[in-house]
Design a protein around this ligand. Structure first.
Ligand SMILES: [Fe+2]
Length: 277
C-alpha cells in the first residue's frame, strides 16, 4: 500500500501521503479510518481532489450527511458539498461562517447523531489568516484529573445555534428557523470501544440541571483546558490540501480572515454511526 504517515504532535494529527489514485481503494480507506480514530486529524497535503473525488472519499469513510444544505453555500458548487466562504455573492448570511472563528464541533445543533467526521479541502486560501486549528477532546479528557472526570460523567449539555453565533450575531438577527435549532448531547461522548471524548465548544449553551452561571463556567473551564498547546494543532492551508478530522474527538476553529480574501473551502461530512449515550 502506497501510504506514508508522519505524526504531527504526540496527542493529535498525522500527515498522510498517499497517491491520489490509491485514495479510493478499500485498503487505504480502512487505514484512514483507523488513523482517524487514533490521531483525530489527518492532513493530505496538496492532494488536489475534485468535488466528485472528495464525495467519493467521504462515501468510503461512511454514510454521507449534508446538514448544511439550507445554509448559504450549501450545495452551491456541487450537491452534497458545502462551500465555506465570506464572499457576499455566495454567502448572504456571514454570521454562520464568522461563528466558526470560535471553537466548535460540526452538526451539534442538528437533531442527528453527531457527525463522525468532517472532510475539508482548500480551494482558495487567504493571503493572511484562514488557518484551521484543532484541539483533541480525547486527549484533553484523558488528561483531566479523575475527580473532574467523575464530576462530568453523567452531565448533559444543550447545544444551540444562538450560542454558536453569540459572539457575532444577536438572536433576533437570525433566521427564525435556525434561531430555534437546539439539541441535547451527553457532555462525555463514549465510543463503542469505550474511548471517551467531550462534546463541547461554542454551541454548548447550558449544562442540563445546573444554574446558568455554574454550567457556563464549567463549559468555559473545559474549553480552556482542551485548548492547551499540547492538545492542539494549527493547519496552515495550501491549495489542494485535504483535512479530515474526527468531529466528536476534535474541536476546530478558523483564524479570522478578510471578507474579500477569496478564501474558499469545500466541506463534506460523514454521518455519525454511534448514538449518544
Ligand atoms: Fe466547522
Amino acid at each position: 500500500m502506497k501510504i506514508a504517515v508522519e505524526n504531527i504532535k504526540p496527542t493529535i494529527g498525522s500527515i498522510v501521503r498517499v497517491d491520489r489514485s490509491a485514495l479510493l481503494t478499500d485498503e487505504v480507506a480502512q487505514r484512514c479510518l483507523e488513523l482517524l480514530d487514533d490521531r483525530g486529524v489527518l492532513v493530505f497535503p496538496r492532494i488536489g481532489l475534485s468535488d466528485k473525488e472528495q464525495l467519493a472519499f467521504t462515501d468510503k469513510l461512511g454514510a454521507r450527511v449534508n446538514f448544511t444544505n439550507r445554509v448559504p453555500g450549501g450545495d452551491s458548487a456541487t450537491q452534497g458539498v458545502y462551500t465555506i466562504t465570506l464572499d457576499p455573492k455566495i454567502n448572504t448570511e456571514p454570521e454562520y461562517v464568522l461563528g466558526t472563528y470560535f471553537w466548535h464541533m460540526d452538526g451539534m445543533t442538528s437533531p442527528i447523531p453527531p457527525p463522525k467526521a468532517s472532510v475539508l479541502s482548500a480551494r482558495k486560501v487567504a493571503a493572511k489568516g484562514g488557518q484551521t486549528e484543532f484541539a483533541s477532546t480525547f486527549a484533553a479528557y484523558q488528561a483531566l484529573p479523575e475527580e473532574d472526570k467523575a464530576d462530568i460523567a453523567k452531565l448533559r449539555v444543550m447545544h444551540t445555534v444562538v450560542a454558536a453565533v453569540r459572539e457575532v450575531a444577536t438572536p433576533e438577527s437570525l433566521d427564525p428557523q435556525r434561531r430555534a435549532m437546539k439539541h441535547e448531547r451527553p457532555l462525555v461522548w463514549t465510543r463503542k470501544s469505550g474511548r471517551k471524548s467531550m462534546l463541547i465548544g461554542y454551541t454548548a449553551d447550558e449544562v442540563v440541571g445546573m444554574s446558568h452561571a455554574e454550567g457556563r463556567a464549567l463549559l468555559a473551564r473545559l474549553l480552556e483546558w482542551t485548548a492547551q498547546q499540547e492538545f492542539t494543532y494549527r493547519h496552515q492551508w495550501s491549495e489542494g490540501d485535504l483535512v479530515v478530522w474526527d468531529n466528536c474527538g476534535a474541536l476546530h476553529r478558523v483564524i479570522p480572515y478578510a471578507t474579500d480574501s477569496g478564501r474558499t473551502m469545500h466541506r463534506t461530512s460523514v454521518a455519525g454511526v454511534e448514538a449518544a449515550t
